[in-house]
Design a protein around this ligand. Structure first.
Ligand SMILES: Cc1cc2nc3c(=O)[nH]c(=O)nc-3n(C[C@H](O)[C@H](O)[C@H](O)COP(=O)(O)OP(=O)(O)OC[C@H]3O[C@@H](n4cnc5c(N)ncnc54)[C@H](O)[C@@H]3O)c2cc1C
Ligand SMILES: Cc1cc2nc3c(=O)[nH]c(=O)nc-3n(C[C@H](O)[C@H](O)[C@H](O)COP(=O)(O)O)c2cc1C
Length: 783
């Protein structure tokens, strides 16, 4: 085959040499606009795993790289006058110039033709090529020329960064954060050879402008950075090697994703994008070069496995795209979280977190490194942090079970206590409210005693009742419980008393009104489907903030609730609150999420009112806040109240996480103690992005930007998740729903799974504890 690589960066060069090695009869040319040994940039990093992958494909290149690279293990944070270090992070750093020189030399040794100082304008300049690799970098001309086919999605990110170098060597990957009068800057610093370190300085656009860096030339920018990071530079200078760039040299990161990766051009040649031309990964996780090299490896693997003649090209490219798209999206998602962390850290974390927790948040920024993974990397550091966190939370392992405390020198974050008002929860796990549709006339029965009782025995610090309703019409289904009669109050009192007498768990009452989503069948008879108009359990009329039908063409039409009715509903909530207090509940949660009545006021998708309860967010919040305030006034002041909200409607024009921060601030001002951060279920047009812990970012944002404690919920299904959420300060509590349906003793089980044995079990169950713990201990040893 005749193959041309446009662009001699890591992608083009590595593909060329591997392909030539695979079959020396291929004629391969790399065309590069720069001179040989002339390249921008300082060091790049990749992980030990990437090196291993490269070793399998070409031991010579790998050996040369290994002889030139700097390897280091530690990450050091410099923040608020402290230096904190953790190990086990395994990186390799190499000068970009050095890397390219190694690849160029290897290409030449294998017989690849390298043409330098040749600018390529079009793939059509190579009419004889069977295959053209468009490895022409992030600003790829070839991708732009065929944008209709490749359909690139390019997002320019808001932070500004400048890529500098210094002769000062650092023996750890160093992150340095500095506060200025206009905001925070951060430096990402890593050594890449015996003499030089990369020094990337980054800040938000607003901070950059406020310092006049938008009009500063390169020497002025460098002088600014030298002064800002003087303490860390310790007299060393910062250097640029981008003098050929005009202007300030501060860049914005461009995130590139392409729908299609290859095509056949007008001359019949196949053109395939590779490396930064087809996808980019933010330097926050340093994977751009890794992705470029792995693209090259994958394409060569496909030619090896499926034939390397011109006739095989379409099938090979199809497979290449299919495999690499998924893998790069995965890495891009992780890079996205890490990138966002650096974009918001100045406003969300730097001022709010103490250095110890800031370090943890920094290390887990991509949400790919879990708590247990940190333990594997550096047990001493992690356990030190666990002790620090436990001390802050006022916990000692001996509080739980003196006998086994010696086996558990630290308390995992999940098992630290949490105090709000007069209530202390023994750990951070809450059984999330879950409708059971099993009440009769709104009265919770033996079913609820067993259901909630079993979960209260299962290790969680608190069980929350399912949405309980202040009136018959407020119910979702005829099977939903209520709190508007003496009989219901007595039934709840019995359950609360049982939980208090038999367990050390707390029990919370969730109160809510179904609004437009009421008068439906029990979930297993058709969730959200209306009741029949006649029969034993006929439909009842619905109200909502504005007229609406939840399921288009299916649900009953809800009419707009009148001002007078709003007063009535508020008083029903107040009466149910009084009954809840009388029944002995420890905690009260107001349900303002999921499209129910109070949520329907908050979301612009369901509130089109023209009175003072519609319009701006403030106006839409007015009624839910009136209800909350009236409840707070009668709920005992020593007991906490939380509010569940939908922090994202997942619909264009609906509530966004930015609104959620304002919603949280409003409830905080009205006396809420915590915000329970759920999302969605407001509109059937929603397009949520699911994934493990998918709603936790909302909790994180609300907690730090609104300054209120939060409950994270949604796809939290392992102790590892809870530990990392609590340890990073992304929430104060974790609500776990579905896992508790499968296993009432979820918390006890998870404790045993991670080897945390200093946990009190219900006495009658104690004989099961060592057996469960031994089973998990064996599994951990095997793993
Ligand atoms: C500040 C910063 C820090 C980074 N840090 C890291 C890191 O630590 N680890 C990491 O893995 N990655 C890092 N990267 C990313 C890394 O530089 C790229 O992801 C990687 O180089 C991609 O390789 P590539 O071959 O696809 O593209 P490039 O390396 O951009 O190569 C493209 C080549 O094509 C040439 N070219 C472009 N157009 C033409 C044309 N029309 N004609 C001829 N030649 C052309 C260019 O001159 C260039 O040599 C960083 C990037 C930045 C900006
Ligand atoms: C069967 C079931 C019933 C639910 N009922 C309620 C409810 O009454 N009130 C509420 O706020 N959320 C309710 N939810 C939502 C859960 O509390 C929780 O937010 C959601 O299931 C995500 O958590 P998970 O991934 O741990 O299941 C319910 C969820 C399930 C599965």
């Amino acid at each position: 085959m005749r193959i041309v690589c446009i662009g001699g960066g890591p992608a083009g060069l590595y593909f060329a040499l591997l392909m030539k090695k695979l079959n020396p009869t291929h004629q391969i040319t790399v065309v590069e606009r720069n001179k040989p040994y002339d390249t921008f940039g300082w060091g790049v990093v990749f992980s030990d795993a990437t090196m291993e992958n490269m070793r399998q494909w070409d031991t010579e290149t790998c050996g040369d790289i290994e002889r030139s690279f700097s390897h280091w293990d530690d990450i050091e944070l410099r923040f608020k006058g402290r230096h904190i270090r953790s190990g086990g992070h395994g990186f390799v750093g190499i000068g970009r110039k050095q890397l390219l020189n190694i690849l160029q030399a290897r290409c030449e040794a294998l017989g690849v033709e390298l043409r330098f100082e040749q600018e390529v304008d079009s793939d059509l300049d190579f009419p004889d090529a069977d295959l053209i690799i468009a490895s022409d970098g992030v600003n790829s001309k070839i991708r732009t020329a065929y944008a209709d086919t490749f359909r690139p999605d390019i997002v320019t990110r808001p932070n500004r960064f400048i890529w500098l170098g210094t002769k000062k060597r650092f023996d750890a990957f160093t992150f340095d954060f500095r506060k200025t009068k206009h905001g925070w800057f951060q430096a990402h610093i890593y050594k890449f050879d015996d003499e030089t370190s990369t020094f990337i300085v980054e800040c938000p656009e607003s901070v950059w402008r406020a310092h006049g860096l938008d009009t500063a030339d390169q020497p002025a920018s460098i002088a600014f950075c030298e002064q800002l990071f003087a303490e860390t530079l310790d007299g060393a200078a910062l250097m640029t090697n981008a003098r050929h760039l005009r202007g300030s040299a501060w860049l914005n990161f461009q995130r590139v994703i392409c729908e299609q990766w290859w095509l056949r051009n007008a001359q019949g040649s196949h053109v395939v994008l590779m490396g930064d031309a087809v996808h980019t990964a933010h330097f926050a996780i340093g994977s751009g070069t890794k992705l470029a090299l792995e693209d090259a490896i994958e394409l060569v693997r496909q030619f090896r496995d499926h034939g390397d003649t011109a006739a095989d090209i379409p099938e090979v490219l199809r497979r290449f795209q299919e495999l690499r798209r998924v893998e790069t999206l995965r890495i891009q998602n992780a890079a996205w979280n890490a990138m966002e962390w650096f974009e918001v850290c100045g406003t969300r974390y730097c001022d709010q977190l103490e250095p110890e927790q800031f370090m943890y948040s920094l290390l887990t920024r991509s949400q790919r490194i879990s708590h247990e993974n940190l333990r594997l990397r550096d047990r001493t550091w992690l356990e030190g942090y666990e002790r620090w966190l436990a001390q802050r939370a006022g916990s000692t392992s001996t509080e739980h079970d003196v006998d086994s405390a010696a086996l558990a020198p630290t308390v995992p974050p999940m098992f630290t206590p949490y105090t709000v008002r007069s209530v202390t929860l023994k750990n951070r796990v809450v059984v999330s409210p879950m409708a059971q549709y099993s009440a009769v006339d709104g009265i919770p029965g033996d079913y609820h005693l067993v259901h909630l009782g079993a979960r209260a025995m299962g290790g969680a610090a608190m069980v929350v009742t399912e949405m309980t309703c202040p009136s018959p019409e407020a119910r979702i289904t005829p099977g939903c419980p209520g709190l508007w009669t003496d009989a219901q109050q007595a039934a709840w009192q019995r359950i609360v008393a049982w939980v208090h007498e038999q367990t050390d768990a707390k029990i919370a009452l969730q109160l809510g009104h179904s609004g437009a989503k009421g008068s439906t069948r029990r979930a297993w008879d058709g969730i959200d489907r209306p009741l029949p108009d006649e029969g034993v359990e006929p439909n009842w009329p619905l109200v909502s903030a504005s007229p609406q039908q939840y399921l288009a063409g299916v649900s009953q039409m809800a009419r707009e609730i009148s001002r007078e009715e709003m007063d009535g509903v508020r008083e029903q909530f107040v009466a149910a609150t009084r009954r809840g207090a009388a029944a002995g509940f420890d905690w009260l949660e107001l349900h303002c999420a999921h499209g129910y009545l109070l949520s329907s006021f908050i979301s612009p998708l369901t509130n089109q009112r023209t009175d003072e309860y519609g319009g701006s967010l403030d106006a839409r919040l007015r009624y839910p806040l009136e209800v909350f305030t009236a409840m707070r006034a009668v709920w005992p002041s020593h007991l906490p109240m939380s509010v569940r909200i939908s922090a994202h409607d997942w619909v264009e024009g609906g509530i966004t996480p930015i609104d959620a921060v304002e919603i949280a601030k409003a409830f905080k001002a009205a006396g809420a103690d915590l915000i329970d951060c759920s999302s969605g279920q407001v509109s059937k047009k929603e397009r949520p992005t699911y994934g493990r812990m998918f709603q936790t970012p909302f909790s994180d944002r609300i907690r730090h930007e609104a300054g209120i404690a939060t409950i994270a919920v949604g796809a939290i299904s392992e102790a590892d998740h809870v530990n990392s959420i609590i340890a990073a300060g992304r929430a104060d509590l974790c609500a776990v729903a579905r896992p508790h349906l499968a296993n009432p003793a979820w918390t006890l089980t998870e404790a045993a799974r991670i080897g945390y044995t200093a946990l009190a079990w219900p006495k009658p169950y104690l004989s099961a504890k060592p057996q469960l713990e031994a089973g998990f201990a064996r599994s951990r040893e095997r793993a």
